[in-house]
Design a protein around this ligand. Structure first.
Ligand code: NAD
Ligand code: ZN
Ligand code: ZN
Length: 346
């Protein structure tokens, strides 16, 4: 084996990723080395590449936070995993473990959290250094390619749905039926919820119907809030906004039923207007939700291991990452692209 690995890195915000051959890193004490088999491409990677958010990663960095692979080396003192385990290196790369949020199993908001593919190098590389206490444990029977989208898109929509507090038999809206949303529809159905899918692309909505959505609304062609209120007889009990587009947020609040909850997970840069009187008078909760905890991860993966949720994936080599980013920016990726590192040519 050579001691070099191929990576795709952001060297400059807004510019194409650069393919750099780097030394395979050595895991330090408490770290592990993971040989990448697959890594999903999340819209967050595109925000990261563009430097969209107030917290910017240091350049250069390797994006990718849906990396799945096999543990090949253990740093000193590691006992949480063993060589040969299949693990995922997620967005929540690590947290401090002892602050008030970590103690309350709210580790995604730990002030000392590190983020995979953002503040730490991620899965657009043949090897990833990971923290064994925060990796996802991939259930037997779930392939690396199938597991990849679950460790960000899956956990984020599953957790976001839980945060809506919608109960079985009630209505949820999933706004944005891309990488996140197509999994959100499946989790919501598996959780016994009625689903109204909202997107601006008829193909995505057709897909949502195939995945079990009970109603669909195209926000490009109709007044999305009015259509949802009509379809759900008064608004959705829970609204989950995954769309990376600001108009979807204002619409999402307007679709929320009285005493319902609108959960924000899409993170387009910017602000959206909030109709204060309606939010107050209708007792609406607006809540942010950021990926999920390690126990949310185990639950989200269990749905897939049980065959209730399956990502629709398109395989691509790492060398195609810049074309994939262009398509993602234009809404041209049907569901989720997964970089396949097991193919003969990456
Ligand atoms: P994606 O590009 O795969 O899917 C986005 C979908 O939204 C597409 O189907 C697109 O047609 C649709 N859309 C665009 N404009 C719309 C509108 N106005 N109304 C309804 N639908 C619209 O993206 P993704 O990978 O699913 O990520 C979505 C967003 O979620 C990104 O902003 C990403 O950064 C964010 N994200 C957040 C978290 C979190 O923890 N909160 C985790 C992962 C991703
Ligand atoms: Zn993501
Ligand atoms: Zn902490």
């Amino acid at each position: 084996m050579t001691n070099k690995m191929q990576t795709a890195q952001v060297e400059e915000f807004g510019q194409p990723l650069v393919f750099n051959e780097l030394d395979i890193p050595t895991p330090g004490p408490g770290q592990i080395l993971v040989k990448t088999e697959a890594c999903g491409v999340c819209h967050t990677d595109l925000h990261a590449r563009n430097g969209d958010w107030p917290l910017k990663p240091a350049l250069p960095f390797t994006p990718g936070h849906e990396g799945i692979g096999i543990v090949t080396e253990l740093g000193a003192g590691v006992t949480a995993v063993k060589k040969g385990d299949r693990v995922g290196v997620p967005w929540l790369y690590s947290a401090c473990g002892h602050c008030e949020f970590c103690l309350a199993a709210q580790e995604t908001v730990c002030a000392d959290a590190e983020f995979g593919g953002y503040t730490r190098n991620g899965g657009f590389a043949e090897y990833i250094i990971a923290n064994p206490n925060y990796v996802a444990h991939i259930p037997k029977g779930l392939s690396a390619l199938d597991a990849a989208p679950l460790i960000c898109a899956g956990i984020t929509t599953y957790k976001g749905l839980k945060e809506t507090q919608a109960k079985p038999g009630q209505w949820v809206v999933i706004s944005g039926i891309g990488g996140l949303g197509h999994l959100g529809v499946q989790y919501a159905k598996a959780m016994g919820l009625h689903v109204c899918a909202v997107d601006i692309d008829d193909a995505k909505l057709k897909h949502a119907t195939l995945l079990g959505a009970d109603a669909v609304v195209n926000a490009k062609h109709e007044d999305a809030a009015a259509a949802v209120i009509n379809a759900t007889n008064g608004g959705a009990h829970g609204v989950l906004i995954t769309a990376p587009s600001l108009p979807a947020f204002e619409q999402g609040v307007a679709m929320t039923r009285k005493h319902g909850t609108c959960v924000l997970v899409g993170i387009p840069p910017g602000k959206f207007p909030t109709p204060l009187f309606d939010v107050v008078a209708n007792c609406i909760t607006i809540r942010g939700s950021f990926v999920g905890t390690r126990s949310d991860m185990a639950e989200a993966l269990a749905f897939a291991a049980d065959g209730k949720v399956k990502a629709d994936i398109e395989l691509q080599p790492l060398s195609a990452i810049n074309e994939v980013f262009d398509r993602l920016a234009n809404g041209e990726v049907p569901s989720r692209v997964v970089i396949d590192f097991t193919a003969t040519s990456i």
